[in-house]
Ligand binder design. Sequence first.
Ligand code: SAH
Length: 204
Amino acid sequence: MKLKNLEMMLQRLGGFPKPRATLEQYQTPAPLAARLLFHALMKQDIEGRKVCDLGSGTGVLAIGAALLGASSVTGIEIDEQAVRAADANAGILDADVTFIVADIRNPDLPAKIGPCDTVVMNPPFGAQKAHADRPFIDCALALAPVTYSIFNAGSAPFVKAYTEGRAEIAEKVGGAFPIKRTFAFHTKDVQEIEVEILRLIRNQ
Ligand code: SAH
């Protein structure tokens, strides 16, 4: 499959039925999701791999990973409504993904769902709750040797410091995240924020 095809397929997916600001529910736009997934595919981290999506929301990243040939995909999401939307989205593209309602802060979760090869995620950036992305990083490192995650541009030094001794940032890819007016505190119709995709490799 070509990057453009994946992007067009992901474009067809539905959004959050009732987005919740406290959970920072922003669907990854199809071009950015496709870019992350293709990058991971080129690094041999998707095809034939067991993939987990943490905070899977409406399932864009998880579904894309399944379409690119992951051997199994699990999406973990705290919000039941989002999981229902994700299941419906998987149906639209006939993608084989298991979405589970769970809190990634639960320390028993990694043992429950078992190890995987690759984590993909677009965690809350911490705009509503400082450091909201940290438990996502911890859970990702507990689950998989390789993680692809979207952060605010300029986050790399903080992620590096936070994961010191546990993981290395192997790559950084820049991107844009156009956020449509979703919540009352949004003042523009579309606000484009700069983001970076980090590839984290867990230390042996
Ligand atoms: N991965 C999706 C959604 C990104 S928004 C996408 O790329 O489109 C971040 C998601 O993390 C939201 O769906 C939110 O409900 C979920 N989330 C926030 N805190 C969580 C937690 N503690 N455990 C599991 N999911 C959580």
